[in-house]
Design a protein around this ligand. Sequence first.
Ligand SMILES: O=C(O)C(=O)C[C@]1(C(=O)O)C=C[C@@H](O)C=C1
Length: 365
Amino acid sequence: MTDEQTRLGELREEIDQLDQKIMELISARAKCAQEVASVKMTSNSGQDVFFYRPEREAQVLRRIKEQNPGPLSGEEMARLFREIMSACLALEKPMHIAFLGPIGTFTQAAALKHFGHSVVSVPLPAIDAVFREVESGAAHYGVVPVENSTEGMINHTLDMFMSSPLKICGEVQLRIHHHLLVSPANKDQEITRIYSHQQSFAQCRQWLDTHRYGIERVTVSSNAEAARRAAEEPGTAAIAGDMAAELYGLEIVANSIEDRPDNTTRFLIIGREEVPASGHDKSSILVSMRNKPGALYQLLEPFHRHGLSLTRIETRPSPSGTWAYVFYIDFEGHVEDEQVRKVLADVEDEAVELKRLGSYPIGVL
Ligand SMILES: O=C(O)C(=O)C[C@]1(C(=O)O)C=C[C@@H](O)C=C1
């Protein structure tokens, strides 16, 4: 045996012993989570027990990132713990997560990034169907896209909040990489048609105009549907992400063709209950103002006066009347914070209506 072989054997033995310890520790952690579940059941006498605690999960993941000694990166370590917590939560109660489907969409990737892989993910055909599934209690939580860094807001999601009683419980951001994909069976055929979702075409417009000018672009309901069609129809390609490519066995012809390298989509987690403060939170509100001069100033002035950072303000037409508007606002802070309470009280004095959509941990992963 060479010196290298002897050393390799020793290191592998060390890894085996460490794995054993890690396994014992994860099992001890899982037992703790089971006990947490029975404490929650006793304290709520089985009524409306909220096993999933977004604020606690955010605190755990933040601490892991901060205290991670390396050499793994903080993100990598947090991802590992994300999966451990996901498995522990599934022991307490398997979570049913509705998302904008079909399977293989970026929304599913976002749901798994946020909740880990130990959830039951339920694909639904439209954003309003995701809201309905959570409202009815058929799913515990839902995941919907809300904005893209290249294409802006997803208005359908914003508008749903006007009528829905659901609360925002969290957010998750996903870097979106689009690829041009073909079926290996049709690889040598000339491509005469490209399928994709309208948002993805918009995010890859320049690349398509430069590299695939003149090829027919057909909009379908999702990237996953585009991939499904490309897998079946000779002479076609799809623009979609890794999950859809893998699901339908497609090959990448051109990699990461999005026009902006930082192309990111933000998704919201929607649920039926309010989330306590985690220490690093964001809040969302909908406000409709009287249609008079200075209305926007009056709306924003309290945020400035109390030093609260706005992270997003968006205007949507009000469903109640022509040329009336509703403002969708995201800002840093939690409704339990003194400053936030003061700002909301001031805004409420001036507004026709103020709807609190929820306070939730700023995305950690
Ligand atoms: O602390 C809790 O309330 C738990 O249920 C434990 C735990 C965990 O594994 O750390 C599991 C699920 C919750 O979403 C948050 C944390």
